[in-house]
Design a protein around this ligand. Sequence first.
Ligand code: OOB
Length: 551
Amino acid sequence: MMLDGCTPWPAGTAGRYRGAGLWRGTDLGSLPRAWADAHGTATALVAGPERISYAELADRVDRRAAGFVRQGVRPGDRIVLQLPNVPQFVEVAFALFRAGAKPVFSLTSHRAQEIRHLCELSGAAGYVLPGLFRGFDHTALGRRLAAELPSLRRVFVLDGTGVTDGDDLVVPLADVDAQPLPLPANDPSDVAFFLLSGGTTALPKLIPRTHDDYAYQTRTVARQSGLGPGSVYLAALPVEFNFTWGCPGVVGTLSSGGTVVLAPDPTADDCFRLIETERVTLTSVVPTVARLWLEERPWSDADLSSLEVLQIGGARLEPELAARITPELGCRLQQVFGMAEGLLTMTRPDDDPHAVLHTQGRPVSEADELRIVDALGAPVPPGGAGELLTRGPYTLRGYYRAPEHNARAFTEDGFYRTGDLASITPEGRLVVQGRIKDVVIRGGDKIAAGEVEAHLLAVPGIVAAAVVPVPDELLGERIYAFLVSRAEDGRKPSLSALKAALQERGLADFKLPDRAEYVPDLPLTPLGKIDKKVLSAAAADPAHPRDRWQA
Ligand code: OOB
């Protein structure tokens, strides 16, 4: 049974996935103990000077799970989890699984807007936060939200800042610790945790991931990546990103008896040093980070010889950049196309070099179904480009508590509309051609145009707003806002004033427009919708005429 508000796979389909041995009834909460039984003294996690064995990790998870129960966390509770790349992220996530609670993975860059929305939508009973992190006081935010939202009963603080004596709302994470308890097992077909959608709508959606589906994804990808006890995975990107958490990432590496090294951030300085000292064999980055690493490589004397594979995904990888990886970093390139919603495609070790440079590889599961359709939903001829639709054993059937959006985002027979424009080669490899959905991919960050537009429209003086991506060499894309201001008072807030207004509204920094341009009006399509094609062309070309769009 899945949590109320989720869409289960149809019984017949689920039966097929079980019958084929894809879903094996794994409870993610039981994994740390099983790993400890298999690899007890081996190193599971490395973070700075700290080295945590599998046995120690399982003990910590058991104690924290009991600690959460003592703090009133109950099976089924949703808990917003917002922590940086620290061992506590892994401990807390698995402890919550053990306790039957469902973490909602949030980004450390999220601010009041995003966290309030996640708490409200999930009905969160708890919020695990870093405290004072990169100059932002998350504890103060937690207190504010708890005052607004009756369902939010507890705030857990990693660094203990803002905790006062005798306070039963704000609790130091260190106090979430108790003698292990026998705890009931989870139903493997139920939600284990929630990932966030990159979003096409004004507000981010929650993606339920079940124990069975995520166990299957991580096991399959780990096997295809050849992971074993000798593997050392560097978590360079944030751990809450599906790519880092489970493609094969943290969970796949731990399932294979390998070691996970947590990097505080993806800078070349930190990561090269960790690759050298920890003899890292595998890591995953977005194209922007790969570009920075290539820039830095000639200036660094770090020994990167242990690195066997660099996975790159999350945004379009230019073939020119792809071609530099092996000669300049000395490792193999693996292209990864993926989404928090599920579907993953990857190039494989035995793929020919052309396929590795120019395609995003094949789906990781035999049971993944891919369809390419035209604007009317009809299949395009083989090899043609169109929207990618997919369904399969680890791809969601519906967002959490979003029936209206689900009616649009899925076909009647359960295919998820990815919003990506793609084609499939005769060998079955995916080639991503572009995007239909209204999203900017800045670095690896996904920004829903509609979300930024809604906030821009709330700024006094702005009467119309349209956000489009503009190509950028370093970030791939940046955020370009076209604005119409109210003619009577002629007010046109500057870019910095706009950014300040959006920050003031509690929007995360990575969603702030990089450029704003005022225009007399916005171009419309014949159906009266804002014509973003025209706007994208104008953003990319300063010479594009802007005052008479339809001309
Ligand atoms: C990953 O997940 P999300 O949910 O942050 O973003 C998904 C979207 C895709 O729909 C696509 O638009 C874009 O990101 N994308 C790519 C890509 N990989 C993802 N676009 C072009 N080329 C690629 N290789 O980004 C994600 C999740 C798991 C593994 C890897 C990436």
